[in-house]
Design a protein around this ligand. Sequence first.
Ligand code: PEP
Ligand code: MN
Length: 332
Amino acid sequence: MIIKLKSDVDLKKAESLAEAHRAIVLKNPSNLHLITSGSIKTLPVDVEPVTESYFTADSDIQLASRAYDHTTRAITVNGITLGGDTQNQVTIAGPCSVESKEQMEQVAKFLTSQNVKFLRAGCFKPRTSPYTFQGLGQAGIRILSEIREQYGFSIVTEVKDASHVALVIEHADMIQIGTKAMYDHQILKMCGKTEKPILLKRGFGSTLQEFVQAAEFILSSGNPNVILCERGIRTFESKTRFTLDLCGVAYLKEYINLPVIVDPSHAMGYSYGVPGLARAATAMGVEGLLIETHPEPDKAKSDASQQLDFDSFEKLMKELKPIAEAVGKTIV
Ligand code: PEP
Ligand code: MN
């Protein structure tokens, strides 16, 4: 249950009620709110006198549900809005990892020519093997900051564990929580304490309920700016890296008020399939795509098989434009 308290209720009173009812106090909106488990369906008698209005949910998907707030949230990053009353489909692109300044210069020049405004590359890489490239860490963040200064991109980069969340929040315009970190509550809560937009990727083994509940951790900690990213789930299939869950995208668009973006690169795992999935996701009218591209994919230090070379990326962007237009979207 989400309880909107009367405007004259102070934090002390809200906190004492929260303690009595095992609720979270949401301080972000103008009025204080109490959020209890979704299983609570009747307003507690001691809360009733200080309640302005309340909402009962079907489950613990509460703040993110369209039943609570019908309109897709507007999330604005350096003047570009995802969701809200816009029909924007944003492109978030870049290599899997920051490898060197020179590589990022090449990417930045290319993406500038493609009118891409969000540059994404990882510095703290959550690799499956300890023997592979783990990312440049803080040195990578410095490179991204320089690129941001020089080229004016909005920078998206990921957090792998809680030790560097503060550093990434300081330097990035959007913080990516990867598939393996989706269940890391410390990361989720730390990302709930900033207002910077969070790009939350679906855990590859998580249900849609678990995915949106991970977003609820961020939202209920006070950050209303969460973007969901479908990036493929694990199924019995082994010919592709993961299986892109477009049914899940349809569910999220219908029932959830957060912008949804699709990452065909990690879902497919092979560059040959990325354009087709990107076209399909665009036809669904998503708020954005996340696509990996690298100047020399064969030489990439991570995710080499799935990154598009620049020619393929350019071709894809041309193909997506009329598809986006056909579903009333504009690629930005
Ligand atoms: C990535 O975006 O490079 C990445 C590691 O993604 P995921 O967490 O979805 O595997
Ligand atoms: Mn990657």
